[in-house]
Design a protein around this ligand. Sequence first.
Ligand SMILES: Nc1nc2c(ncn2[C@@H]2O[C@H](COP(=O)(O)OP(=O)(O)OP(=O)(O)O)[C@@H](O)[C@H]2O)c(=O)[nH]1
Length: 341
Amino acid sequence: MQILQNLVEMTGHRDHVRLEVSVLSTMQQLPHVTNVRALELSEQAEGTLIRPRTWLQDGEILSSDCEASSDQRGQPLHTLPPLAECIQQARSSARHSDGPHHHVLWLPVWMHNKARTCLEITQSRPFSTQRIEVLQGIFRVYQNYQSLLDYSERDALTGLLNRKTFDEQFIRFASLEANASVAAAPHSLSDEVPQQWLAVVDIDHFKQVNDRFGHLFGDEVLILVANLLRASFRTQDRIFRFGGEEFVILLRAASLKEAHQVFERFRKTVESHAFPQLGQITVSLGFTSTRLCSPVEILGQSDQALYYAKQHGRNQVCHYESLVAEGALGHQVAHDDVELF
Ligand SMILES: Nc1nc2c(ncn2[C@@H]2O[C@H](COP(=O)(O)OP(=O)(O)OP(=O)(O)O)[C@@H](O)[C@H]2O)c(=O)[nH]1
């Protein structure tokens, strides 16, 4: 009965992290469970890393509020061989016993053929068949509900994250970033601190595609561009379809140079892609650093850089602060210049 009540509570959430906290508290209440964690898997230059995103501490379930790439508690996936093998073979669970009172069960959350999260349950007794059935039952409800949440966060045409999700995630992220940067050094173009960049991408002369080939064909082009976006960025970078033929990318990069290179590489990928019937299409991209500004200002700055790219020949990447430093843009975007949220 307690489990049923917990399941009702679990499915009342509209947020991935709160749902995760809820499923872990449900599992933690089972007898002999000594620890529960949700591990996040992320692809980094040095290989797949795992870090605890939600965990049990002093009887309370806590969640990390920092980005995976800046979390010091990440460890290489290969340091947990049974889990690494389970992920590599796309299996639904793995188990490991480390002494008579330490038994671990891992349940990876598979979505779009990728496991980005894995639940970890530790018990002081070996897992009985019945216990595994109960845990897997709870896990299936949780996973189905995660899929529903995921579906509501995505754009139906391209499968990218939608504008609503951007508004929710970016406002939350920007307030975390603002708090973190209170003690940070003043911003300069040559800073080498890992930071986030926001780019607005717009397909050039897309209206002509629709006019010549029809709206349905235009939709196919949007899907192809979305696929190129997915292939060009890492899984921890977030890509949104913002509306129409406009996309937004949130990228983590160590320097302006690196961010510029990554965006430039994407521009070239689109330029050199052979689109059926169309041949070549191009994109313009405006980007800015997300530090020390409000979400409205950040979007406004990227939009200004994009507008500049469009006005100066299209098929190019423009960086807002560089344009301002060169005197190419008239003025910095103020709060009331743009109204987006
Ligand atoms: N096929 C399709 N077209 C869309 C969708 N959303 C917006 N569009 C079209 O995208 C086009 C955008 O055109 P504009 O913003 O005028 O500019 P453009 O032709 O892309 O030219 P520049 O941006 O100036 O390079 C319009 O024709 C819209 O109808 C969509 O979901 N599917």
